[in-house]
Design a protein. Structure first.
Length: 324
C-alpha cells in the first residue's frame, strides 16, 4: 500500500457527480460516479457530496488529507460562497459551500469552478503539461473555460476568468441562455443545443438517427453515430457547433496568443467531427498568427470526463500547501 497522502476531487455536475481519490503524486486510487439528483434541492446534493468524502476516507490507506470540490458556476474563491450555480437549483446562490461541507464532514475543503479545475488537471497531468500558455474549453451540459498564462492558472479579478460559454457569438437573435443573454456560445454548441438541433431536424422529417429516429431527445453520442453512418444533417450539426466554437476561441487566440487549446467535456467525445471545424474556423479568423508566427494547436483532452475531479484534487493539494 502507498504511504502517500490522499486527496479527493469532486466534480459536481448538473446530472452527475464524479470523484477521484488521488495520491499527492497523481496516482488515481479509485474513481466514482453517482447521479446528482439536483432537482431534489441543495440539501440532497450536499448529502451526496458528504457521502463521497466518506467513500474517499474508506479508499485512503492512511487517511484522507483534504477534499476539493469543483462546481458549475461562479463563486468567491476566498470565502467559498456560491455566487451563481448553473444547471442546478437557485437555492445554491449565496450558499457558503466550502464551510458547509467542512462542517458536515470535518474535512478540510477547497472549492473552485469546474472548468478551472479541469484546466488545472490538464496542466498538471494532462494535455496542457508541455505548454506554458494554453486555453482549456469543456463542452458538456454547459460550456466553460480556463486559462493558463505563463504557467499560472489565471483566475481573473474575482475568480471568474474563462466563461467562454457566455461569449456572444450571435449578435442578432439567438436562443435565450441561462445567464439571461441571447446568442451565447453555450446555446449553440453545448449538449442540450445539439439535442435541440437534432430534435428539430427529426420533427421536420429528417431521418437523422435511422432506427433511433423515434428518440424524443437524441443525445450527442447518438448524433455522432448518425454522422458516422453518413448523415449529412448530423455532420452539419457538429460542423456548425465547431465553427461557432472556433469563432469564440479565435478572439481569445488573437488576444492571448496561446500555444494550444485543449478541448474536453462529454461533447468532445465526438473527436474530429467537432475538432476539425474548430481548427478551420480558428485558422480562418487568425490569419496574423501563421504557424511561423505561433499558430495554435487544438487537442482533445486525454483526461476526458475525469479532468474536473482530478483538477479539484490538485486544487485541494495546493490549498493544503498554502499555494492556492
Amino acid at each position: 500500500m502507498t504511504s502517500d497522502r490522499v486527496f479527493v476531487g469532486i466534480d459536481l455536475g448538473g446530472t452527475e457527480i464524479k470523484a477521484a481519490a488521488l495520491t499527492e503524486h497523481g496516482e488515481v486510487l479509485e474513481h466514482r460516479s453517482i447521479g446528482t439528483r439536483g432537482r431534489e434541492g441543495r440539501d440532497a446534493v450536499m448529502e451526496r457530496l458528504a457521502g463521497i468524502v466518506d467513500w474517499a476516507r474508506q479508499v485512503s490507506p492512511d487517511g484522507l488529507a483534504g477534499a476539493g470540490v469543483a462546481i458549475p458556476g461562479v463563486l468567491d474563491m476566498q470565502s467559498g460562497r456560491v455566487e451563481m450555480m448553473t444547471n442546478l437549483t437557485h437555492d445554491w446562490n449565496g450558499f457558503l459551500l466550502k464551510d458547509a461541507l467542512q462542517d458536515r464532514t470535518g474535512m478540510k475543503t477547497s472549492v473552485m469552478n469546474d472548468v478551472r479545475a479541469a484546466t488545472l488537471g490538464e496542466q498538471v497531468w494532462g494535455a496542457g503539461k508541455p505548454y506554458s500558455d494554453f486555453i482549456c474549453i469543456a463542452i458538456g451540459t454547459g460550456i466553460g473555460g480556463g486559462l493558463v498564462l505563463t504557467n499560472d492558472l489565471y483566475m481573473g479579478a474575482r475568480g471568474a476568468a474563462g466563461e467562454i460559454g457566455h461569449i456572444t457569438v450571435l449578435t442578432e437573435g439567438g436562443y435565450l441562455c441561462n445567464c439571461g443573454n441571447h446568442g451565447c456560445l453555450e446555446t449553440i454548441a453545448a449538449a442540450p443545443a445539439l439535442t435541440r438541433a437534432a430534435r428539430e431536424a427529426i420533427e421536420a422529417g429528417d431521418d437523422l438517427l435511422g432506427s433511433l429516429a423515434g428518440s424524443i431527445e437524441p443525445a450527442p453520442h447518438q448524433i455522432v453515430q448518425a454522422a458516422q453512418r453518413g448523415s449529412e444533417t448530423a455532420n452539419r450539426i457538429f460542423s456548425y457547433a465547431g465553427r461557432m466554437t472556433g469563432q469564440a476561441l479565435a478572439g481569445l487566440v488573437m488576444t492571448l496568443n496561446p500555444q494550444a487549446i485543449v478541448v474536453g467535456g462529454g461533447v468532445a467525445k465526438a473527436g474530429e467531427l467537432l475538432l476539425e471545424p474548430i481548427r478551420r474556423e480558428i485558422k480562418r479568423r487568425t490569419t496574423l498568427l501563421s504557424p511561423e508566427r505561433g499558430g495554435v494547436e487544438v487537442l482533445q483532452s486525454p483526461l476526458g470526463g475525469e479532468a474536473g475531479a482530478i483538477g479539484a484534487a490538485a486544487w485541494a493539494m495546493r490549498s493544503d500547501k498554502g499555494a492556492a
